[in-house]
Design a binder for this molecule. Structure first.
Ligand SMILES: [Zn+2]
Length: 381
């Protein structure tokens, strides 16, 4: 068994000092340091750093040159191994609106990697299928030619590997699809890439939408006479929302308001594409050219195409630009997505009985150690 000492432990409701976290694969005990006989354990000295639950990225397309939509098992492993350095211990490989055959190939690749259990990186929870049932009017960086009419059976058939999917509630056949998928599976239904009016979005929620794909981006905006999808997502307490907190996709001046309105329904994501962790230059997203410069990824026409955000940086950005305590900002990238995905019995917080997915991070929330299921999988400087 291992034991972490000298850390500022980010619990759900406070920062605990003078406590030790004792774990094997699971967290066994969180107790006062004076009650621990250290010689019984492999001791990890956190040296005053934060001890945080591992992060959960429910929306990430690529990293280190790889992209889930390539349908390549090695690429998915590259991503899983890369993102643990950013503190991610569980994730949803995310597909784009590419051809149906390519989407299915990507599902198969995730199935293979997920089931063989041999890879060395963040644990795969299941696929986030972004599209293909979206509205071309709000396609963003998704390819219009691959958009399909909503088809519940496609999701149901792949419900063994799909954790969530994006649909535009106003398109023909969407409401039936939302209702059927919600009735027959546990797949989380997210509204996104949508041109819906407030009323249409509300109808989608009535039928089973419970999540919102990268709030504000690729959806109808909030205006006082036409509240749009943003208005519907913010008004409904049952609906969680994704936020790309890179300060570019959404102005940081809104972070505090969003945190107040959505509470434990706010989920930080990266929406990272293959240029993540790579130098500036030319890349592709869903087969389309993208230029990366700094934190911006743009298509030739100026459309924003994913991000190069790291999830630990998203936590820090939210913390810096809101009234949240650090443990609350961390929950937006751990417990909240775990809840949205129905995984919070297993992961998302430092709590006895949960998987020992734990990270150690400095004052700027740079990750110095990542522990996955009780094993040290990354150790930085
Ligand atoms: Zn995306």
């Amino acid at each position: 068994m291992k034991c972490i000492i000298n850390g500022k432990i980010l619990l759900q409701d406070r920062i605990a000092e003078d406590m030790a976290v004792i774990f094997d694969e699971k967290i066994q005990k969180i107790t006062n340091i004076n009650d621990v006989s250290l010689s019984e354990y492999d001791v990890i000295d956190a040296r005053g750093s934060f001890v945080s639950p591992g992060l959960v990225d429910m929306h990430i397309h690529g990293y280190l040159g790889a992209d889930v939509s390539d349908g390549d098992c090695d690429g998915i492993k590259t991503m899983a191994e890369g993102i643990i350095k950013n503190g991610v211990t569980a994730w949803c490989p995310t597909t784009m609106t590419v051809s149906k055959a390519e989407i299915e190939a990507a599902f198969d690749a995730v199935r293979t990697v997920k089931s063989n259990g041999e890879y060395y990186g963040a644990r795969i929870l299941g696929v986030n299928s972004e599209g293909p049932f979206i509205n071309a009017a709000k396609k963003g960086a998704q390819a219009a030619e691959h958009i399909l009419k909503p088809d519940a059976d496609f999701i149901i058939k792949n419900a063994d590997v799909v954790k969530l999917f994006t649909v535009a509630p106003e398109v023909d056949g969407a409401l039936e699809c939302i209702e059927k998928v919600s009735a027959e599976t546990d797949v989380l239904v997210s509204m996104g890439h949508t041109d819906a009016a407030f009323e249409e979005a509300s109808l989608g929620i009535e039928k089973g939408v419970r999540h919102t794909t990268h709030l504000f981006n690729a959806m109808t905006a909030l205006s006082h006479r036409s509240p749009g999808v943003v208005g519907a997502a913010l008004s409904n307490a049952d609906v969680s929302t994704e936020l790309i907190a890179d300060t570019f996709h959404v102005n940081k001046g809104l972070f505090n308001l969003l945190a107040k309105i959505k509470g434990d329904k706010l989920c930080l994501i990266t929406d990272c594409m293959r240029a993540g962790g790579m130098p500036d230059g030319e890349y592709t997203l869903g087969g389309q050219p993208v230029h990366k410069e700094g934190i911006k990824c743009l298509m030739p026409d100026g459309t924003i195409a994913g991000s190069v955000l790291k999830l630990n940086q998203a936590v820090y950005n939210l913390y810096q630009n809101s009234d949240l305590e650090l443990y609350e900002a961390v929950a937006c990238a751990s417990l909240n997505p775990a809840k949205a995905l129905g995984e919070d019995n297993e992961i998302g917080s430092i709590e006895v009985g949960k998987r020992a997915d734990i990270i150690i991070a400095d004052d700027n929330f740079n990750v110095t150690m990542t522990i996955l299921g009780g094993e040290i999988r990354y150790k930085g400087e």
